[in-house]
Ligand binder design. Structure first.
Ligand code: GLN
Length: 487
């Protein structure tokens, strides 16, 4: 019995390169796992069986020819926020239920060029707005560790799919925590790179000054391999940065002696579940054993990050989502009376409740009478938050803390209480406001549910971040755990 699903991307890549398995065989194996298991999770919106097998066959040719790049033939899944040529790209919204993209997002193009096979498109919160995956037009996703709980969001489908090993890895996007928080809740390694490291072209926009693509993997080593392929300047995205892409795998063997780890006191306050705190403290103790030095720090404006985010993100989303008007893309209502009726009903019927809530807040905070009081003020707070990190990084190399205040919560538990839902991202949002790179790494369990350790690095220090995560994974096994029902 083959057990390819227990292997990391790095291991699968080695097997493909050595000819121990073919990409077609591997792709079929994961397609079968999706077929046999995804009814329990709902992690995929679209499975691309035929296309995946065709891509796999092409990759096998390249592998046979020799000198194929490392990810050649590895099957992965893409969050359904990335445009994929000829394949439905829904963003989990009724608005785009009928939308087949005419082009690939740059992330998808880059993966494809590296020989990566696309298994399908994963479920998510509608337009990436949410922390539980419950706002999807296609229904919620379940957490493989306990199917009565949420996988986190918004990239919950990618997280659940990789946690259940229906795919060896997946892409995601993180605007306020949507990679790190579901990675924590599903026991995965999640990486959100520095803003600008990865092109946003073809990634359906939510809040453009915050959105960034990244990965869900089993290990930091795998994240490095994926980041190698995803990163780089893209002339189609003016915010992508012209900075050399190092080989992120070559820095993974630096010891951590003398590494300065900052622990912000604000991340260990009364909002944090006491058992989660213990797991995080144990992880930090492990770092001390590896020779790291712990420095107490403060990020004094942390408490303002959620309020500032919930002004800035809705403001940008209200502008970005104005393009969905029933004319150019996606859903159009039946029998409109006139143009205005068509706009109103197409948007009214096509968007879900959370998306409408954000659009209304956004339009409000940008309106002439309120711009200064809300939007401008939030932008000033954003600067204060970045300055807090700047000051901290003068003293420390990385910052650690919990990724989320609690483990996975029950489906439905927070769906009628947006504020409590918004607080799920209390430790992740500031990192997006500052544009810094961040990771979540599996660090243990509370009541059988995974806990994530958040590691935040300085701008473009992904190499260091990945090494810090990798050293921990060399000494621990948390990242290897697979939920029983999917082992
Ligand atoms: N949960 C946050 C929100 O609802 C972040 C979402 C994200 O990162 N895409 O906006």
């Amino acid at each position: 019995m083959s057990n390819y699903h227990t292997k990391s991307v790095t291991e699968l890549s080695a097997m493909l390169q050595a000819g121990e398995v073919s990409s077609v065989e591997l792709t079929q194996y994961f397609l079968d796992r999706i077929k046999n298991n995804d009814d329990k999770l709902n992690s995929f919106i679209t499975v691309c069986e035929e296309q995946a097998l065709a891509q796999a066959a092409e990759s096998d040719e390249k592998l046979k020819a020799g000198n194929a790049p490392l990810l050649t033939g590895v099957p992965i899944a893409h969050k359904d926020i990335f445009c994929t040529d000829g394949v439905k790209t829904s963003c989990a919204s009724k608005m785009l239920d009928n939308f087949v993209s005419p082009y690939d997002a740059t992330v998808v193009t880059n993966m494809r060029a590296a020989g990566v096979v696309m298994l399908g498109k994963t479920n998510m919160d509608e337009f990436a707005m949410g922390s539980s995956n419950e706002t999807s037009f296609y229904g919620g996703v379940k957490n493989p560790w306990d199917t009565l709980t949420v996988p986190g969001g918004s990239s919950g489908g990618s997280a659940a799919a990789v946690a259940a090993r229906l795919a060896p890895a997946a892409t995601g996007t993180d605007t306020g925590g949507s990679i790190r928080q579901p990675a924590a809740l599903c026991g995965l390694t999640g990486l959100k790179p520095t803003y600008g490291r990865v092109s946003r072209y073809g990634m359906i926009a939510f809040a453009s000054s915050l959105d960034q693509a990244g990965t869900f993997t089993q290990t930091a080593e795998d994240s490095a391999l994926m980041l190698n392929v995803m990163s780089g300047l893209d002339e189609k995205d003016s915010t992508s940065v012209d900075k050399e892409v190092p080989d992120y795998t070559t820095n993974l063997n630096q010891d951590l002696k003398g590494l300065k780890i900052g622990l912000p006191k604000e991340y260990f306050d009364e909002g944090l579940n006491a058992d989660v705190a213990k797991v995080v403290e144990a992880a930090i103790a492990e770092y001390k054993k590896m020779g790291a030095e712990i420095v107490d720090i403060s990020l004094p404006n942390s408490h303002l990050s959620v309020p500032a985010y919930y002004v800035i993100a809705p403001a940008e989303c209200s502008s970005n989502l104005s393009r969905f008007d029933g004319v150019r893309f996606g859903y159009r209502c039946d029998d409109p009376k006139d143009l205005e009726d068509m706009y109103k009903r197409s948007r009214g019927e096509g968007f879900g409740e959370e998306v409408k809530r954000r659009i209304m807040i956004g339009a409000y905070v940008l309106s002439a009478g309120y711009y200064d009081a809300y939007y401008l003020k939030a932008q000033k707070i954003r600067r204060l938050i970045s300055d807090d990190f700047k000051a901290a990084f003068e003293k420390v190399d990385v910052i650690m803390g919990p990724t989320a205040p609690d483990v996975a919560f029950k489906i439905g538990e927070k769906s009628d209480d947006p504020i409590s839902m918004y607080l799920s991202d209390i430790y992740t949002i500031a990192v997006n406001l500052a544009g810094l790179p961040g990771m979540s790494v599996p660090a243990g369990f509370v009541n059988g549910l995974p806990v994530g350790l958040q590691i935040t690095g300085n701008y473009f220090k992904e190499s260091q971040l990945l090494n810090v995560a990798h050293q921990y994974q060399k000494n621990t096994d948390w990242h290897r755990a697979i939920p029983e029902d999917f082992s």
